[in-house]
Design a protein around this ligand. Structure first.
Ligand code: TXA
Ligand code: MG
Length: 401
């Protein structure tokens, strides 16, 4: 737990943010303002610590006081800008710089971030997610111009793609610099990088001023989180801080590509469609639909069982008009005959729009998974555009685990 006091100049109030995953903010009594107003950085920070210590018993109770005493390093956040988001992003950035774990919203799904240059911090990601070390992480940058900090070269194809799709849900696998520790890439000489298109994520990246390694903020193999609540449910206390940026706009993970000479190879379909990529760089080698072995994946991220709800999921082309069991759920693109007979039906888009469907896809799966069902039936989506990405997730969710 970290304590971040923020002096709000305009309203002349002091806010203390208790950074403990619940992100509680306390507005302190007026006399605290009087005591703390003259403070700046440096010495000021120390007097905040002692004032907080002297007074926190009354304010927060003795348990918190004990934790406050354990704070190794205390940082006084400078004047807040006009909105509260600065308090949140600067708290997140300072935790990241100190080697902590922060869950961040991106336009695709929430990520579980750590300083990509800090191997110890990155190791905490694997522990929190219970993720095997053979599955490498995506490194997030604030700007395309950060690429020399993480990769050795940026070929013309990558440049074309970055110009068109960054910031956005496209990840490119490129030769890494020695600055990126092996734990990030599972020992591979290449690192996956992207610039996320979410203002809070980019603010945190800019303030932290280090690239952030972040897989999706879920337990390994489970459903990706598209709200802060999903992160809380799966990771809870394992993360130092959750930045709540509301539901993710795209709702499905980034498309991952790598390069072999002039050929662009898609490793994972995702938020940018293959058609969109092909309109920029010509034909893309499609992902191989076969699954690799759990213990030694041929290509990282190609595990058979992934993105899986706890409830069993089966893919069906036609749904039985009358469900064979009363505790059966249904995931479909558009309303269809008989869907009302299921215990819970999730319709992804009334109008059959694949972009809208992707934005609610994981949320719908989370709801079905929480509905105490025996089985979820899912009808595949049209195999075009984002439908390809969602079908990929469905196949892995349906694979026995
Ligand atoms: O949209 C996204 O990509 C989200 C947000 C948080 O950015 N991240 C995400 O990360 O989906 P993750 O770890 O859940 O999935 C990343 C995939 C993994 O399956 C991993 O195997 C693959 O990317 N990957 C990472 N580094 C790689 C590399 N060097 N070579 C090949 N594949 C890599
Ligand atoms: Mg993931």
């Amino acid at each position: 737990m970290v304590l971040e006091p923020c002096w709000h100049k305009q309203s002349r109030t002091l806010r203390v943010l208790i950074v403990n995953g619940r992100n509680q903010t306390f507005n302190l009594p007026v006399w605290w303002n009087q005591a703390l107003r003259p403070l700046g950085t440096g010495e000021g920070a120390n007097s905040i610590v002692s004032t907080v210590e002297n007074n926190s018993r009354a304010l927060f109770g003795s348990r918190t006081l004990a934790t406050i005493r354990q704070i190794e390093q205390f940082r006084y956040t400078r004047t807040m800008s006009s909105s509260d988001s600065y308090a949140v992003t600067s708290a997140a950035a300072s935790i990241l710089r100190r080697g902590g774990l922060v869950a961040l919203p991106t336009e695709t799904v929430y990520g579980l971030g750590a300083n990509a240059f800090d191997a110890r911090a990155v190791a905490k990601i694997f522990a929190a997610k219970e993720r095997p070390f053979f599955d490498p992480l995506i490194v997030h940058l604030a700007e395309s111009s950060w690429w020399p900090r993480v990769v050795l070269e940026f070929p013309p194809r990558a440049e074309q793609l970055a110009k068109t799709f960054w910031p956005g849900p496209l990840t490119m696998v490129l030769p890494k610099t020695p600055m990126i520790p092996d734990i990030v890439t599972s020992g591979l000489p290449h690192v996956a990088i992207r610039v996320p298109d979410h203002p809070l994520a980019r603010d945190v990246l800019r303030l932290a001023d280090v690239p952030i390694a972040a897989p999706s903020a879920n337990l390994f193999g489970r459903l990706s989180p598209t709200t802060a609540e999903h992160v809380r449910q799966q990771l809870g206390d394992r993360v130092d801080f959750i930045v709540d940026g509301g539901p993710c706009r795209v709702g499905i993970e980034s498309t991952i590509v790598q390069f072999e000479g002039d050929t662009v190879i898609c490793l994972r379909p995702g938020g940018i469609t293959l058609e969109e990529i092909e309109s920029v760089v010509g034909p893309v080698r499609r992902p191989v639909p076969s699954f690799s072995d759990e213990r030694s994946p041929a290509a990282p991220g190609m595990l058979a069982s992934h993105y899986a709800p706890r409830t069993r999921l089966r893919i069906v082309d036609d749904i039985p008009r009358i469900p064979p069991s009363p505790r059966m759920g249904l995931l479909i693109l558009q309303p269809c005959l008989g869907s009302e007979h299921y215990a819970q039906t999730e319709i992804l888009s009334q109008a059959g729009d694949l972009i809208q469907a992707a934005s609610t896809f994981f949320n719908a799966l989370h709801r079905l998974d929480g509905a105490n069902l025996d089985l979820i039936l899912a009808v595949p989506l049209p195999d075009i555009g984002l439908g390809i990405s969602m079908n990929d997730r469905l196949r892995r969710a349906a694979h026995e685990h």
